[in-house]
Design a protein around this ligand. Sequence first.
Ligand code: PLP
Length: 373
Amino acid sequence: MKTNIYLDYNATCPIRPSVIDAVSIAMAEVGNPSSVHQAGRNAKAVMEEGRTKVAALVGCRPRDVAFCSGGTEANNTVLQGTGAASVIISAVEHDSVLSAVKDLDVPVFKVRTDANGMVDKGHLEELLKTAPQPALVSIMMANNEMGAIQDIPQLVELAKGFGARFHTDAVQAAGKLPLDMKALGVDYLTLSSHKIGGPQGMGAIVLAPTAPLKALVVGGGQELARRSGTENVAGVAGFGVAAYEALVGLSSAKAVSELRNRLEQGIRAVSNEAIILAEGADRLPNTSCIAMPGVKGETQVMHFDLAGICISSGSACSSGKVKVSHVLSAMGYSNEVAESSIRISMGYGTTPSDVDAFVAAWAKLYERTSKKA
Ligand code: PLP
């Protein structure tokens, strides 16, 4: 039995060897980037090199990147810190967005999505007409569970017509799709280092030059007073190298999507009962969300785990809690389908034989469970 076929890149991406090197080198150095002496200046230089690389990934100025502890903190900071008179989010956002708006003291509205998880533009327009302005519209660029990619520039244009500001959670899009702050037209974009092969516990808030932001974490005024606390210098060094590798790796998106297609075709050849969620949407090249009706997602995860294959059921962030995915519910799927879905997500280390092993294990489980029924 082959172990360690890792098909859970959307949960966390295997750290890249070049990142480990950069982190180790940075960790061996002493120095607080706020100190004025030589050691401090050295640490600051490491930080600024990382910042330049992260800025290059999203096409912004280095000074527009504020580092923080990850995608969750970045999303919380933006959702709570723009001074908006109301907030509009989509029904398929990550939990870090859904939870961040729970206790806001301004009205919060939720945009519907269609059966492919795509935002309903007509509904967004209706909400923009009634929401107190300036509103903050927060719509993720690509979904972590089923991979649907939203048409951000078009949504930004609509929102800007009403004087709203726009945030996109690009945590899952980074390294899988080209990102350009100006072409997207967004005011805020959030990133997480560990989704692109960098260290866990690192993220960034990217701001358009004039976008207002009140810090969530206050203190010494680091990161141009947008996020206080002594910076994670080694983490930034690793994040920077991961951002560089992610940018270079965009050229392999087609190869990854071919692996994803091979997997889905393999499943289809076994059974036409399988449901591929968001199949009709423009999707991330690496993500496939598949329901095997009648077999619980957790049962499937255990089966694959025994076969040495790592995948997840629904969103990894909500695994452990037995709850139906809000994303699949928003897409109109029944609890039965939502509960029987798994997410397979690939990346730079995935090979055709990994995909074939997955399909073989899927077929085995399908045959066993369909015979029982
Ligand atoms: N946003 C999306 C779309 C995600 O998929 C995740 C993590 O799964 C996050 C935000 C949170 O990022 P982090 O794990 O860095 O807190």
